[in-house]
Design a protein around this ligand. Sequence first.
Ligand code: NAI
Length: 331
Amino acid sequence: GKEPLRVLVTGAAGQIGYSLVPMIAKGMMLGQDQPIILHLLDIEPAMEALNGVKMELIDSAFPLLKGVVATTNAMEACEDVDIAIMVGGYPRKEGMERKDVMSENVSIYKDQAAALEMNAAPNCKILVVANPANTNALILKEFAPSIPEKDITCLTRLDHNRALGQISEKLNVDVSYVKNVILWGNHSSTQYPDVNHATVITDSGEKSVNELVADDQWLKTEFITTVQQRGAAIIKARKLSSAMSAASAACDHIRDWVLGTPKGTWVSMGVYSDGSYGIPSGLIYSFPVTCEKGEWSIVQGLKIDEFSREKMDATAKELIEEKAIAHSCLN
Ligand code: NAI
């Protein structure tokens, strides 16, 4: 059989961690034939809870799980990891300014960049989940200069999947028949879920979402705001933020990156901008990507109308501002 892959999950004692680690151990991230060694990192106050998670992993007797490392030492956690899912972060607490949260996270991602750079396996694939996800990933990239930029990404797949879910509900079609929505930009309320290139498989062939929904007003207003504000709606309903859907999206992101996207299908990933679609380089921005042989590439040549252009630029502008705030926190 295959050699085990080492998968790091930071913030593993938290909510997303608790949903995510069993999914990974059951093969939902890397496939049913891929043995896994889990590396779990959290901070000292969460160590007892982290040990509890480790106990439950042992008790689950997952056939693919070949070992669990649970630690509060980032250097130890990063040792030889092939995949790193960065979920750990400093949450926004009551009365905190955006800048204060940013400052806490910038210093965490700066430190963990160094640990990954020194100890992770070459070609380790990194996915940043913790918010502000795009900017945390950018800081990680800037402080790990020897890690190729193509290996550093952030999670916008949850937003992508939320867009698929809304179209599926609206049209009353199986979600697996809907494809090629795009989530542009920041994982924040300025994100732009775009269905202009999305299609649905129907009995009479593949049809565009625009044509099937036939409600431009809904697509340009309620659809967009529902996806943008879904995170807040989940917090209101559950009194806790999205965890199951975030964990599932993280598995989708890594699975498609490593094993490839199906032919004719793209997904959304936060990646280092190369200037495609006029988005300034030097930002981690969510683009439509296809993946093959473990490499993503941005889908090129899509037609962008004026409505989309404005929304894509607005979310880029927010990322430029976040980058400036993050850099000011470092000085
Ligand atoms: P949580 O608060 O339940 O868990 C976070 C964990 O990180 C805690 O166990 C905490 O002790 C740990 N942690 C804090 N500092 C750490 C450090 N320096 N190193 C390692 N671990 C550390 O939060 P939850 O609900 O699991 O969410 C985690 C993050 O994911 C949050 O930042 C949240 O905003 C973000 N998120 C991102 C989504 C996305 O689509 N990109 C979707 C949902 C959540």
